[in-house]
Design a protein around this ligand. Structure first.
Ligand code: NAP
Length: 249
């Protein structure tokens, strides 16, 4: 089968789902990872199949090493190849100051957003890198402009986790560029998804509309466009790039 295969962590909802929809339209077979909401993942699989694409839902917590390995093995079995990978799964927590944060909160944030991204990228590189007998590929990490803004009074832990992703992107990109694997990042600003509700602020994207120079939150499709470009051969000289898509913020 000569159709390229893509795995997107947290691909079942929000930005990840937009990436999966667009990737399918671009001709990829799509593996859609999710943590717990099987209904949303299966609904997206059905939607992509109905549109003539090929998709697979794969459950797994990116912060759990055993589950990460099992997730990549499930993709191996289903597609037999991996050409592209997006480290998209990420969490926020309730609004809090640093002097209110428990160790458990900070550790969970770092485990999912940072350790999860490392583990998944490790598995992707093992399959793509010519050093490991692979045929090359492309990885995109989803960071955030919060890495630059710091998230004061709201979620410095989340912002710091994305700061780690920015540095991880530079390091990994330079480590594997000579092995056929291009690694880049996209840093969204405020995008209209359910992540804000999961942090207890369902109205966040609309409420902060006024502080965005473009005067509106971003759409998931606007992030997916950049991700698909970075994964494509059109971006063949992009290595360690970090595209900020914050509507000017
Ligand atoms: P979202 O709407 O909350 O969707 C989160 C997705 O990640 C879901 O598919 C969820 O699966 C999955 N997920 C959560 N925890 C997971 C875990 N431990 N293992 C595997 N999958 C997990 O989020 P989003 O707004 O699309 O955000 C996607 C990425 O963009 C994140 O990295 C986020 O930090 C980044 N970002 C978002 C914004 C924004 O304003 N929305 C801005 C900047 C950066 P279930 O459905 O099973 O829960």
């Amino acid at each position: 089968m000569d159709k390229k295969a893509l795995l997107v962590t947290g691909g079942s909802r929000g930005i990840g789902a937009a990436i999966c929809r667009q990737a399918s339209r671009a001709g990829y077979r799509v593996a859609i990872n999710y943590a717990s909401n099987q209904v949303a993942a299966e609904a997206l699989v059905a939607e992509i199949k109905a549109a003539g694409g090929e998709a697979l839902a794969v459950k797994g917590d990116v912060g759990n090493e055993t589950q990460v390995v099992a997730m990549f093995e499930a993709v191996d079995r289903a597609f037999g190849r991996l050409d592209a990978f997006v480290n998209n799964a990420g969490i926020v927590d309730a609004r809090a100051r640093v002097d209110e944060m428990s160790a458990a909160r900070v550790e969970r944030m770092m485990r999912v957003n940072v350790v999860g991204s490392f583990l998944c990228a490790r598995e992707a590189v093992k399959r793509m890198s010519t050093r490991h007998g692979g045929k090359g590929g492309a990885i995109v990490n989803i960071s955030s402009i919060a890495a630059r803004l710091g998230g004061p009074g709201e979620y410095v832990d989340y912002a710091a986790s994305k700061g780690a992703i920015d540095t991880f992107t530079i390091g990994l990109a330079r480590e594997v560029a000579g092995e056929g694997v291009r690694v880049n990042a996209v840093s969204p600003g405020i995008i209209d998804t359910e992540i804000h509700a999961s942090g207890g602020q369902p109205d966040r994207a609309e409420r902060l509309r006024g502080i965005i120079p473009l005067q509106r939150p971003g759409k998931t499709k606007e992030i997916a466009n950049a991700v698909l470009w970075l994964l494509s051969d059109e971006a063949s000289y992009a290595v360690g790039a970090n595209l900020e898509l914050g509507g000017g913020r």
